[in-house]
Design a protein around this ligand. Sequence first.
Ligand code: LLP
Length: 405
Amino acid sequence: MTEKNNLKASEEKKVLKGLFPIDRFQSLKTPFYYYDLDILRATLDEIKEQPKKDGFVVHYALKANVNPEILRTIRERGLGADCVSGGEVEAALKAGIPASKIVFAGVGKADWEINLGLDNDIFCFNVESVPELEVINELAAAKGKTARIALRINPNVSAHTHHYITTGLNENKFGINMSDIDKVIDLLPALNNVKLAGVHFHIGSQITDMEPFRELCVRVNEIQQHFLSRRIVLEHVNVGGGLGIDYEHPDDSSIPAFKSYFEIFRRHLRLQPGQTLHFELGRSIVAQCGSLISRTLYVKEGATKSFVILDAGFTELIRPALYQAYHKIENLTSDLPEKEYDVVGPICESSDTFAKAYALNETKRGDIIALRSAGAYGEIMASQYNLRKLPEAYTSIDTAVSGLA
Ligand code: LLP
């Protein structure tokens, strides 16, 4: 753990304040994303502590953030990649992540995306349906190749998280239902250009209670037994991602609970000899290193409340509007006593609200506001709605300032 991680809550705000000396704020062109690579490195160090002897392999889920410096830092630490589109496969390869460490998931892979994976001999396609399996077989045959595949199985385990980010229930579109496993196994001998290498699961995201992961382990053990009873030994099991982070205390707990998370799998998941266990972590790796930095355009006194109107909106960070997500908000340029505000963006929709009745140090026009824990599913989900410009991203105050040039 770095010193930064041991700060008391009262000292938390100083972490970002220290990085952005007040006299330099005025020259900053907002809004932009700021990524603290020290936090990212400390997070990756913690992951690396998980002993390799357990056969654990971690892939970074690119969907959370594809900032080139973030990808480079992750690649340097030897993580693999979890991709859900041809674009992400290209980004992973471009970042120097070897194809042999790339897994490719997604319910709707287009032919060109499958071909891209085949041409590069990626580690594995996580296959979500029988029609997809047949198409991969066909495209691989056309190239005279054998595609390594894992069956994504929907384990019907509840993640107890927001319903938009729950994926492992029968009602969700993801994966092959358990009742169809036998049908798929029966089909495999006729598909000469795919090799079944593993099974894949992903029950949801922002899971902070470890119980769903334990339930997943129990389900995986049952499924493994079933494969064994059909005389199929798998090379690997992939349990997806989903480990949540502490949005309330971005500095106090900047490193997610990797220890307890990996321990659950170590204790409850029974691997066969020689089998590897793969993880696809996104949010837990990059969320806490990122902040969205914006400027207060206006403070408006409404009929019943005060609004802080920022120059960032849901075009830059959609999570509060889409999932009612909480992001800690800090005024980096005010030490005045706190007042309650609705913190909103400039977009012409009422859902463009970051927080309601939020206690912020008294705020005035020009104040710099940070939305914390925004490194995952922030910049990457930005849009140009209202013809706004996509936000810039920086990894130091110096590059942020020179970004003005
Ligand atoms: N593997 C698969 C198959 C996934 O679908 C996902 C995320 C992950 C891994 C990585 O999950 P993580 O470790 O990041 O929880 N935009 C939403 C989150 C969507 C997650 C989609 N799938 C949000 O902002 O909360």
